[in-house]
Structures are given as structure tokens and as C-alpha cells.
Design a protein around this ligand. Structure first.
Ligand code: AMP
Length: 475
């Protein structure tokens, strides 16, 4: 297995770009995946972000596109030949930036489309023609509907962070998008875990894939010092500040379970003088990218984030990760603390556990296959006691139930209780369909592919019309 990029015999423009980016030796996923993708085989890769998986699929994909490079500048001659799908805008942006860097010495064009921003500049770029398109599913469908994107010449499709795309509910969108692609193609699927759903997705859309697994998904890095502190809900904020101070932490990620909790915690930490930024789905695209850039530039100390907003963000060497809330899914615990202790560096992962979290902690224990020790946190003597907290304590001490408004807020913040959450959706019959490889000539034509027929696209138009009507009615 070659470990140096020079052993790969990459095309000169790609080799030069890799050298300019300072990459010397390949990461394990790169060493395993690149030679396979170069042969055109389908790949099912289990790799978490931070393992170098973007280069693992992008470099061999670009190398294969270069082999048949098209010199024409006509858009028709620059059809989309590689499509990379990702669950979030930040991830799409990050991957697109990396693809641009890898391809910068070539004539291959790339573009990224994601929601939350104006479609017009994206449309102009698509109309000029791009070979590599990086996209989030919803916005890509909008562009297909608007006849800006034609996918019937796609030779490579990458489903990156596939588990998260399913978690978010993108399966119908993925099915729709994949229906526009030629069946004769290379499909690469990357996922942090190989859950039964991911395996079914792979069975349906991958053709005899090579499975590559570089780190067992349920493993946490041994260099991460993990603590589980028993902390009452109303003491978590103080506990966070105390640990940041005692440990002299310069930066940390703070995970919360809800958008509302995220915004609220960031605001209150900011008020207390900590440079804090919130990263959640309700923020505009511009705000999210700015938040990320500020954290990367070291202008922000604490990035308070929800799982969806933070998944896969390319932030290395964060000294500490706090689970302000115990995650609802045990696997998210592994993803969250994977931000620290990377590449042999030591890291700190602190989880605040309240009396309501026993079951969730049990789930993490099952996943990690070990007992977790719950520690008591010694609070500073001089910790400030806010009016509300003191009030709450007084209620409790007086044997009262507590402020009903608190109960409401807490429940709204943390989402429905486990036993009150809706039952999982019934199994999707799509998963039972076998993968059918057909000839590229049988792929849908441009007209067929862009016809706004039944399904998601027409639903999309209907929803947009409804929303427009509502806005109009509201003046
Ligand atoms: P990824 O897992 O693709 O998001 O990559 C994580 C980070 O590692 C990115 O900042 C990459 O630029 C960097 N990276 C990827 N491969 C290598 C490599 N072989 N050597 C050094 N850095 C790398």
C-alpha cells in the first residue's frame, strides 16, 4: 500500500496542487481508497471527518476526469461529470473549497450549490458549465427543477456523510436525484457508521463496492481525556466557565441538543464576557460561515453548536469539547468528541450529566462497551448565584415543584422525551429494490430529466406557491 502521494503517479497538475497544500504522506483512508477509486470501482467507506476523506475521493476522481478532459468552453461540452452530495451547507462549502484547490492547476471547473443564499450566482456558474458539482440535496433539486443542472452525463457520484443525510431525512431527495443519473457510473459512499439503513442504501445504489473501513466507528480516540460530571441543569453554565478557566482552555466546542438552547447559551456566555458564537440551523448562511471563520481565526473562544450544524466541520485541534447536553444519539457522542485529540494530540471531552440523562449515558456505555464513571464536580466557593437559580433553589428547598415556566422551557429545549417521540417511519420500500445497472444510453434525456413531474419536484413547486401566497396574504 503506497503511503506517499508520489507513489500514486497522479497527473502533474494534481501532484503539484497536493504538494502546494503541504500534503506529504497519505492518511490511511487515502492510502486505501485512492488506488481503488482510480480503478473505477464503487466504494463504501467508513471514515469520519478529519481523516482526509475529501482528498481520498476527490483526487482519484479528478485524475479520472482529467484523462478525458474536454478542451471546449461551450457549456454543453462541460457537462456535470462528477456530483458530490453533502448534508449541510458548511460541509458542501468546505468540500468545494478543497476540490477547487486540488483542481486549481487544471482546466476542470467546479461549483458548489447550497440553500440559504441567492440562486442567481449559482445559476450563472452552472450555465457556464462545470465538471464537478458539489451540492446539498434540496438546492440541487431546485436547480434541476429550474433546468439549471443536467445530470445525465454524470460519471461519478459521491454520497458524503451519507448517514447524516439519512438522519436529516434526505432519503427521498437522494432517490430523486439519483434517478436522474446514468446507471452506469461510479458511486462512492462515505459514512461515519455502517448502520442497517446505510447498508440498504448501498445495496440499492452501489455496484459490487469495495468496503473500506479505517477507524472503527464506535471508537473514541485514546488521546482524549473523557470526563462525565454530574451537574444539575442550572449549574451547567457555571461548570462550563469554571472548567474553561481552571484548565486554561483557549478554545472549545460546546454541543447542545436544540437550536433554541444553542442560541440561548451562546447569548448568556457572551453576556458574561466569553467570546462566543452560536452555530445552528436557524442562522443565515452568511452568519454560519462567518461564525466558522471567526472560530478558525481564533477570534472566538467558544463555538456553541448543534450536531447538525457542526457535523463534519473542518476544525482541527480543538483543545476541548463540552457536551453541555448529553446527545440523544450515542453515536453523536463519538462524532462530537472526535473534534478533539486528533492526530495524536491530546484533547479533553467533558460531558455534563443531569439526573434525567441516565438512559442516554447508558446508551453511550453500550456503544463504547465500557462503564463510564460519573464524577462530582467540585465547584468554586465563590461562584455567583443568580437570582433565578437562588429562587429555584428556594422553591426546591421549600418542597415546591419549581417554577412551571422552567419546566416548560426545559422540555421545549430538550425536545420530546424518549418515550414521547414519534415512532420511526415505516420501512421505505425503496430499500428493497435491487440495484439495476443499465447502459448510459438509457439514462434520461435532458427533457425527461428536467420535466417537473410527480414527486418531490412538483411538491416543491406547490410548497413554494403556498408560502408565496401566505406572504402575500400577510402583506
Ligand atoms: P477531511 O477529512 O477530508 O475533511 O480532511 C481533514 C483535514 O486534513 C483537511 O484540512 C485536509 O486539508 C487535511 N488533510 C487531508 N489529507 C491530508 C494529508 N495527506 N496530509 C495532510 N493534511 C491532510
Amino acid at each position: 500500500m503506497p503511503s506517499s502521494f508520489s507513489n500514486l503517479q497522479l497527473a502533474e497538475p494534481l501532484a503539484r496542487a497536493v504538494a502546494e497544500m503541504g500534503y506529504e504522506s497519505m492518511t490511511p483512508i487515502q492510502a486505501q481508497a485512492i488506488p481503488v477509486v482510480l480503478t473505477g470501482r464503487d466504494v463504501m467507506g467508513a471514515a469520519q471527518t478529519g481523516t482526509g476523506k475529501t482528498a481520498a475521493f476527490a483526487l482519484p476522481l479528478l485524475q479520472r476526469l482529467l484523462k478525458h478532459e474536454n478542451a471546449s468552453t461551450s457549456p454543453a461540452r462541460h457537462p456535470v461529470r462528477a456530483l458530490v452530495l453533502l448534508p449541510t451547507r458548511e460541509l458542501a462549502d468546505q468540500v468545494a473549497q478543497q476540490v477547487k484547490l486540488f483542481a486549481k492547476n487544471t482546466n476542470l471547473r467546479s461549483a458548489v450549490v447550497f440553500g440559504g443564499i441567492d440562486m442567481k450566482p449559482q445559476t450563472a456558474e452552472l450555465k457556464r458549465g462545470v465538471e464537478v458539482l458539489v451540492a446539498t440535496p434540496g438546492r440541487l433539486l431546485d436547480h434541476i427543477e429550474a433546468k439549471n443542472a443536467v445530470l445525465n452525463q454524470v460519471e461519478y457520484v459521491v454520497l458524503d456523510e451519507a448517514d447524516r443525510m439519512l438522519d436529516i431525512g434526505f432519503l427521498p431527495d437522494l432517490q430523486r436525484i439519483l434517478s436522474f443519473l446514468p446507471k452506469q457510473r461510479t458511486t462512492l459512499l462515505f459514512s461515519a457508521t455502517f448502520s442497517p439503513e446505510i447498508k440498504r442504501l448501498a445495496n440499492s445504489y452501489l455496484n459490487d463496492p469495495v468496503t473500506i473501513e479505517v477507524a472503527r466507528p464506535n471508537e473514541t480516540a485514546s488521546t482524549v481525556e473523557q470526563h462525565f460530571y454530574s451537574v444539575p441543569d442550572d449549574e451547567k453554565r457555571h461548570a462550563l466557565k469554571q472548567i474553561v478557566r481552571q484548565r486554561g482552555l483557549s478554545q472549545a466546542f460546546v454541543f447542545v441538543n436544540s437550536k433554541l438552547g444553542c442560541a440561548r447559551l451562546a447569548r448568556s456566555l457572551e453576556r458574561e464576557g466569553l467570546k462566543t458564537t452560536a452555530l445552528h440551523g436557524d442562522k443565515s448562511q452568511d452568519e454560519r460561515l462567518k461564525a466558522l471563520a471567526a472560530f478558525k481565526a481564533g477570534e472566538v473562544d467558544l463555538l456553541v453548536a448543534t450536531d447538525v450544524a457542526a457535523r463534519g466541520l473542518d476544525i482541527k485541534d480543538v483543545p476541548a469539547v463540552f457536551n453541555f447536553d448529553v446527545p440523544f444519539n450515542a453515536e453523536d457522542y463519538v462524532h462530537r468528541i472526535g473534534r478533539t485529540g486528533r492526530a495524536g494530540a491530546s484533547g479533553l471531552a467533558v460531558t455534563f450529566v443531569t439526573s434525567n440523562d441516565n438512559r442516554l449515558v447508558g446508551d453511550i456505555e453500550k456503544l463504547l462497551k465500557r462503564k463510564l464513571e460519573l464524577e462530582a464536580l467540585e465547584f468554586d466557593e465563590d461562584r455567583p448565584r443568580g437570582r433565578i437559580n437562588d429562587g429555584r433553589r428556594a422553591w426546591r428547598e421549600a418542597g415546591e415543584l419549581g417554577d412551571p415556566r422552567d419546566v416548560l422551557e426545559t422540555q421545549r429545549d430538550r425536545g420530546p422525551r424518549r418515550d414521547q417521540r414519534p415512532a420511526p417511519a415505516p420501512r421505505d420500500p425503496f430499500f428493497d429494490q435491487p440495484y439495476q445497472a443499465t447502459n448510459i444510453d438509457q439514462a434520461p434525456t435532458w427533457e425527461q430529466a428536467t420535466k417537473p413531474a410527480a414527486g418531490r419536484i412538483s411538491a416543491n413547486i406547490k410548497t413554494k406557491r403556498k408560502v408565496a401566497a401566505l406572504f402575500k396574504a400577510a402583506g
